[in-house]
Design a protein around this ligand. Structure first.
Ligand code: NAP
Length: 273
C-alpha cells in the first residue's frame, strides 16, 4: 500500500521540494499551506493533494486530521516544516513578535502533533519529523528568538520520542544548514523598532552576511532527500543534519569547549562574505 506524508508549509522552499520528492518516490502527499488558492504547480502533480492549514489557527488544526483521514487509508509521516525567522537585536523585539515566533515554530508543531497522535496510536505506527536547524544546537548573534524556538523544538522532539516508542511512533529531527529558499527573503522578519538605537552596525554586518551565505547555499532538494532518508531508513536515529557543512559544524560543537566554539562563530559571522 502507498504510504502518505502530511507536510506543513508546502507553499515554498523545503516543504514544496519535499512534496515533489516524495511524490516522485511513489508516496501519497498531503501538502498543506496557508493560501492553497495561490498554488498551481503542486495541484497539477498526480499523488499530491493540497490542504489549507495555518499552524496557528485552531479552526484549521481541529479539522485537518479528519479531512486527511477521509482522503487516505493511513497517515504514515507528519512533516512539521512550516517556520520563519524573527531576527534582530532582542531589545528591539516586542512581546507580540516573541509570541508569534513561538506560535509558529513551536506551539504550531506541538498542537498539530497532538492532533495526529491518536491516529498514529490507533493505526499502530507513525513518524513525526520536525524541522529544526543547525542553530537548534548552537546559536548565532541576533537570532535569539529563532534559535530559542528551534532549541525548544529540539528539546520537545528529543523528550517526546521516549513516550511514543512503546506505540511504534518515531520522532526525527531535520537540522538544515543554510539552504537557498525564501527563508532569508519573505520568511525573515527583522525587528523594526526605531526607538532602540545602538545595534545598527552589528545588524548590518550580520544580517547582510547571512543573506549572502544563503545566496551561495544549496537548494532545498538536499533537505528533501534527507527527509526521505529519515522517513525510510528504518533506523532508530533522532537527528539528521543536512546541507553544506552541517555535520562538520555540529561535530565541532560537540568536541570543542563552548566558549571557543562561540568565539569562532561570532568572528565568522562578523567576517565580510
Ligand atoms: N532555509 C534555511 O536556510 C533553513 C535552515 C534551517 C532551517 N530552516 C527551516 O526550514 C523550514 C522551512 O523553511 P524554508 O527554508 O523552506 O523557507 P520558506 O521557503 O520561506 O518556507 C517557509 C514556509 O513556512 C510557511 N509558514 C510560515 N508561517 C506559517 C503558518 N503560520 N502556518 C503555516 N505555514 C506557515 C510559509 O508559508 P507561506 O507561503 O504562507 O508564507 C512557507 O511555506 C522552516 O522551519 C525553517 O526554520 C530553514
Amino acid at each position: 500500500m502507498k504510504k502518505t506524508i502530511f507536510i506543513t508549509g508546502a507553499s515554498s522552499g523545503i516543504g514544496r521540494e519535499t512534496a515533489k520528492y516524495f511524490s516522485e518516490k511513489g508516496w501519497n502527499v498531503a501538502a498543506s499551506m496557508r493560501s492553497p488558492e495561490k498554488e498551481e504547480e503542486l495541484k497539477a502533480i498526480e499523488g499530491i493533494r493540497i490542504y489549507k492549514l495555518d499552524v496557528t489557527r485552531k479552526e484549521d488544526l481541529n479539522t485537518i486530521v479528519a479531512t486527511i483521514q477521509a482522503d487516505f487509508p493511513t497517515i504514515d509521516v507528519l512533516f512539521n516544516n512550516a517556520g520563519y525567522g524573527a531576527v534582530g537585536a532582542f531589545e528591539k523585539s516586542s512581546p507580540d513578535e516573541v509570541k508569534q515566533q513561538f506560535d509558529v515554530n513551536v506551539f504550531g508543531v506541538m498542537d498539530l502533533t497532538r492532533e495526529f497522535l491518536p491516529v498514529f496510536r490507533e493505526q499502530g505506527h507513525g513518524m513525526i519529523i520536525n524541522t529544526s536547524s543547525v542553530i537548534g544546537r548552537f546559536t548565532v548573534p541576533l537570532y535569539t528568538l529563532y534559535c530559542s524556538s528551534k532549541w525548544a523544538l529540539e528539546g520537545f522532539s528529543e523528550a517526546l520520542q521516549y513516550e511514543l516508542k512503546p506505540f511504534n511512533i518515531q520522532v526525527k529531527i531535520i537540522e538544515p544548514a543554510a539552504i537557498k529558499t525564501d527563508f532569508h527573503g519573505r520568511s525573515l522578519q527583522v525587528f523594526e523598532n526605531k526607538e532602540v538605537q545602538g545595534y545598527d552596525e552589528l545588524e548590518d554586518r550580520i544580517l547582510a552576511g547571512m543573506k549572502k551565505r544563503n545566496e551561495k547555499a544549496p537548494g532545498p532538494e538536499v533537505v528533501a532527500k534527507t527527509v526521505f532518508q529519515a522517513a525510510t531508513d528504518g533506523k532508530n536515529k533522532l537527528r539528521y543534519p543536512t546541507g553544506k557543512g552541517a555535520k562538520a559544524i555540529l561535530l565541532a560543537r560537540k568536541l570543542m569547549p563552548t566558549s571557543w566554539f562561540n568565539k569562532i562563530v561570532f568572528k565568522q559571522q562578523l567576517e565580510k562574505q
